[in-house]
Design a protein around this ligand. Structure first.
Ligand SMILES: N[C@@H](CCC[C@H](N)C(=O)O)C(=O)O
Length: 276
């Protein structure tokens, strides 16, 4: 089987993108893991599969797989790359693209300068929705992790996020605490773990240990979740610049009852074909 694909990235969070509208590709979990391998495969944080829409009010459906082969609900940087991809491949010439994912529907807007704005929908904040084991919704949850007590925020952007505020992003325990919190028993579907340093009410620094992928250079849904948690905790306003290791995103949220909007770049790296 030959698979045509594009390699793309959003701020260094990289993707193998497969057009499954004109191809008919099925990849097993093991095949995805092998393709994701940076030494033996194509190398990527996530695989995106572009599919035909499930209903007439949508333009496409897209499926997201982490580097470990698990299928997930949402991917913010992936959504921006998805928008660039479907236009680049001539699958649509629309500037406003409506897409369903496993985590819900989102709308993508191609801006005049080529950046992409994603309407990520409303964040989900109830423990059951995240999902997080807790008796009621809180601004800060207490997580016990071995000897440590962590004070964390949590939100779902379609996918589960835990947000930990730190004093200094450069010394944050991303690689030690990240995997432990990702697998914490209070997150039954695991979690993406964001480490957030608040610079001022319109500016944060963020590093994300992603569920199923490890630390990535950027996480779009993680940036949205951090902005939401920071705003709910009264540390941030409604328009926040998020600096990630791979670059910056702008996140806007008018508060509960409103959708989160994310704006940032999406880049094409190369096209390829691989035999499986
Ligand atoms: N990189 C993504 C998030 C990808 C999915 C995530 N690892 C999960 O398991 O939920 C983004 O830009 O949002």
């Amino acid at each position: 089987m030959l698979v045509n694909f594009s390699k793309m990235h959003g701020l260094g969070n990289d993707f193998m993108v497969v057009d499954n509208v004109t191809q008919n590709i099925f990849l097993s979990r093991d095949q995805i893991k092998r393709l994701a391998d940076r030494n033996f495969g194509v190398g990527f944080d996530q695989l995106l599969m572009v599919e035909a829409p499930y209903s007439p009010d949508l333009d496409f459906h897209y499926r997201i797989f982490n580097a470990d082969g698990s299928e997930v609900e949402q991917c913010g940087n992936g959504a921006r790359c998805f928008a660039r991809f479907v236009r680049m491949k001539g699958l649509t010439n629309k500037h406003k693209i409506a897409v369903s994912t496993k985590g819900g529907n989102i709308v993508l807007y191609i801006e005049k300068d080529g950046q992409v704005t994603v309407n990520m929908g409303q964040p989900m904040l109830e423990p059951k929705e995240i999902p997080l084991k807790a008796s009621k919704r809180e601004l800060t949850y207490i997580l016990r992790q071995q000897e440590q007590t962590l004070f964390v925020g949590a939100a779902s952007m379609g996918n589960p996020h835990c947000v930990i505020e730190v004093d200094d992003i450069d010394t944050a325990e991303v690689h030690t605490l990240g995997p432990l919190v990702e697998e914490h028993e209070r997150f039954p579907k695991k979690a993406n773990v964001g480490f957030m340093q608040v610079i001022d009410e319109s500016h944060i620094k963020l590093r994300v240990w992603e569920r199923g992928a490890g630390e990535t250079l950027a996480c779009g849904s993680g940036a949205c979740a951090a902005a939401v948690v920071g705003q709910l905790q009264n540390k941030l306003g409604n328009n926040v610049k998020v600096d990630l290791p791979g670059g910056s995103l702008q996140i806007r949220w008018q508060g509960e009852g409103h959708a989160v909007k994310m704006t940032g770049p999406a880049e094409h790296v190369f096209d390829g074909q691989i035999a499986l």
